[in-house]
Design a protein around this ligand. Structure first.
Ligand SMILES: [Cu+2]
Ligand SMILES: [Zn+2]
Length: 179
């Protein structure tokens, strides 16, 4: 009987450590990311882990098969990475809609501005095509991005609408649904 009690106490202790340590943090979400093109969703290239921190939403990528350099990175409105038709042509991941903008600002100002809430810090991809550096989005929480999608663009992001709209990232090259 005493041994049983001891075993139970140890079990409870281990479970509480796991729950509160952040190793298995209840609110974390893992997002699977795939390459996208005008034919649809292609190869899976890894994951992005989303977690809440004291400073905002942390997005930690474990991705490969991207082109080296900085890439525009945003939360898009809809949880759909499919291609769709625009002016008679198929466009990669168009079904994801535009940048998440619940306040209808209509402005792309980057993660520290007052425009689209879905504007994230640009994603850095190293020379070997891998992205592992986390980004922090101070205005967002995990709950805000559920039921939407994460998008990685072919080009960079200057956090403004000029000289090109939406930071100038252009084509959508990888996408993941946030479930
Ligand atoms: Cu985007
Ligand atoms: Zn934007």
């Amino acid at each position: 009987m005493r041994t049983m009690f001891l075993v139970l106490s140890i079990l409870l202790f281990v479970v509480s450590i796991l729950l509160f340590s952040g190793v298995v943090f209840a609110g974390d979400v893992t997002i699977k990311v795939s390459l996208v093109n005008d034919q649809g969703v292609g190869k899976e290239i890894g994951t992005i882990m989303a977690s809440d921190s004291k400073y905002g939403l942390m997005l930690t990528p474990q991705l490969s098969d991207l082109t080296p350099g900085l890439h525009g990175f945003h939360v898009h409105d809809k949880p759909d990475c499919s291609h769709a038709m625009k002016e008679g042509r198929a466009v990669a991941a168009l079904a994801a809609g535009g940048h998440y903008d619940p306040a209808n600002t209509g402005k792309h100002e980057g993660p520290y501005g007052n425009g689209h809430l879905g504007d994230l810090p640009a994603l850095y991809v190293s020379g070997d095509g891998k992205a592992t550096l986390p980004v922090l989005a101070p205005r967002l929480k995990v709950a805000d991005i559920k039921g939407r999608s994460l998008m990685i663009h072919a080009g960079g992001d200057n956090y403004s609408d000029s000289p090109a709209g939406l930071g100038g990232g252009g084509a959508r090259s990888a996408c993941g649904l946030v479930k």
